[in-house]
Design a protein around this ligand. Structure first.
Ligand SMILES: CN(C)c1ccc(C(=O)NC[C@H]2N[C@H](CO)[C@@H](O)[C@@H]2O)cc1
Length: 460
């Protein structure tokens, strides 16, 4: 099987290299998500959580103490929170207000600790009803699942193979109206987003809506899918959301296949000035189970380079900031901490928010059986939570954080500083700084205009 995977990788990587090598990428740091004051936000956090895919209530296995621990251990300020369409709309046109209230309760756990919450209408493999036992997919409700009696074999050696099952392809083909037999489904989905946006439009912790996780076109793939029914779904969702919520950011994902691995996307631009490009990054060598070492590391670095160029070019086309919605790997593999650190450095280089996949307990996450693993130290990193201007450079080194920006009078710059590198807090090279010891945040007042170069070093 691994030989098959390597063959797929070779084809993908060669195609990706050709695509990326033909043009130079636009400059990074072109656009940012801003807060109500107009400060540029740097989002740093986790996907929470994969466990929501299988729980009867569609909620992640999460307690408020988990949120408290995450902040205490890693100082994160962002969460991509998984929703399930099956829980939002259990029957056509019927929206479960109890579920939305339970989501709101969890959003508040984050909000009271200064987090920004991205609501992710999550799907994998269409939905829980693709098999009688519900063991494979998640997301879509039973009433929207039409397999037409086509088979969905179980027991695949890897979960992605379910996407190739005839029944799963048929379910997606009905949703995208490729079959022409269920034109209502995309509008139902957009209506579910209207219900979610109506519930959270005034929630100060909610920063936006991630319209669909890792879209799959079924029998329609590539540019025909992305610029066809996928773009149409996004336009319908944007219209429904904006009918109730004029302000929150709307996150759009390219298709997962190929783009996760570094290939370009054909996603078009959208007529809305608060759209965010929200790709995922899973270099194929690591996705095939290799560690970040040797030839796998070389290919991974190469594909990350292609991914960067393709995403910068796409963000320019969409006139959108970039947030990396997912990246992650098995933290027991060789080189895994270095890989995560390199993606976080890329985030700083591009001014790109990021959510690690995922917060769940286990070898990919920060904790295994409740015990902190190597990911905690990597994610517990100095970063600017909010910047009082337009960033031009962000660079983190051990015991030193550099933030350069064109000040715009939007407010002070807030910087999280980890205890191991900044045990007594930090001092700022310019401006007036105040240190919040409990939350480990240095707040720096700088002039309201002009170029600012802020260097933070240990001490008060
Ligand atoms: C064939 N298709 C459509 C496909 C293949 C592989 C992935 C994937 O690895 N995704 C990466 C991670 N993202 C999900 C959650 O969004 C996780 O379960 C995957 O590990 C997605 C789609």
């Amino acid at each position: 099987m691994k030989r098959t995977g390597l063959a797929v990788m070779a084809v993908v990587l060669i195609a990706g290299g050709v695509a990326a090598a033909t043009r130079s990428a636009p400059e990074p740091m072109a656009r940012f998500i801003t807060d109500d004051q107009g400060r540029a936000l740097m989002l740093h956090g986790f996907n929470t959580a994969s466990s929501a895919k299988g729980t009867p209530d569609g909620l992640p296995k999460l307690t408020e103490a988990d949120v408290e621990r995450e902040y205490a251990d890693m100082g994160t300020n962002f969460v991509r929170f998984l929703l399930q369409w099956r829980a939002v709309e259990p029957q056509p046109g019927v929206y479960d207000t109890k579920y939305l209230d339970q989501v709101a309760e969890r959003v508040a756990w984050y909000g009271k600790r200064g987090y920004h919450v991205l609501l992710d209408m999550h799907q994998d493999l269409w939905g829980n009803s693709i098999t009688p036992g519900g063991e494979a997919g998640n997301g879509a409700p039973r009433w929207a699942t039409h397999l037409d009696g086509l088979p969905v074999a179980t027991g695949h050696w890897t979960w992605e193979m379910y996407y190739l099952e005839p029944g799963v392809i048929r379910a997606f083909d009905h949703f995208w109206n490729t079959t022409g037999e269920h034109p209502e489904l995309m509008d139902r989905y957009a209506g579910a987003w209207k219900a979610v946006a109506a519930r959270f439009k005034d929630d100060p912790a909610v920063i936006g809506y991630d319209l669909m996780n890792e879209p799959w076109g079924g029998s329609l793939q590539g540019a025909a899918f992305e610029s066809g029914p996928l773009a149409e779904l996004y336009r319908r969702c944007i219209k429904q959301i904006r009918s109730v919520d004029p302000a929150n950011w709307i996150f759009v994902e390219p298709q997962a296949v190929g783009v996760n691995w570094g290939l370009p996307t054909a996603l078009p631009s959208f007529d809305d000035d608060r759209v965010v490009l929200a790709p995922h990054l899973y270099p194929l060598p690591l996705d095939l189970g290799d560690g970040y070492e040797g030839g796998s590391r070389e290919w991974t670095d190469r594909t990350v380079g292609w991914w960067k160029e393709n995403m910068l070019r796409t963000a320019e086309r969409l006139k959108a900031p970039i947030v990396l919605g997912e990246f992650g790997l098995d933290m027991t593999k060789p080189g895994s901490s270095e890989m995560v650190e390199s993606v976080l450095d890329l985030g700083d280089e591009l001014g790109m928010g990021r959510a690690y996949w995922s917060r769940d307990d286990g070898p990919w996450g920060p904790y295994t059986d409740g015990r902190a693993g190597p990911l905690v130290k990597v994610m517990d990193r100095a970063y600017p939570r909010a910047i009082g201007g337009t960033p031009t450079r962000i660079s983190a080194e051990p015991g030193r954080l550099t933030v350069e920006f064109e000040a715009n009078g939007s407010g002070p710059t807030e910087i999280y500083l980890p205890a191991d590198e900044f045990p007594g807090g930090g001092k700022a090279s310019t401006g007036t700084a105040s240190w919040d010891r409990a939350r480990r945040i240095l707040t720096v007042q700088t002039p309201a205009s002009g170029r600012v170069r802020l260097v933070i070093t240990p001490g008060q």
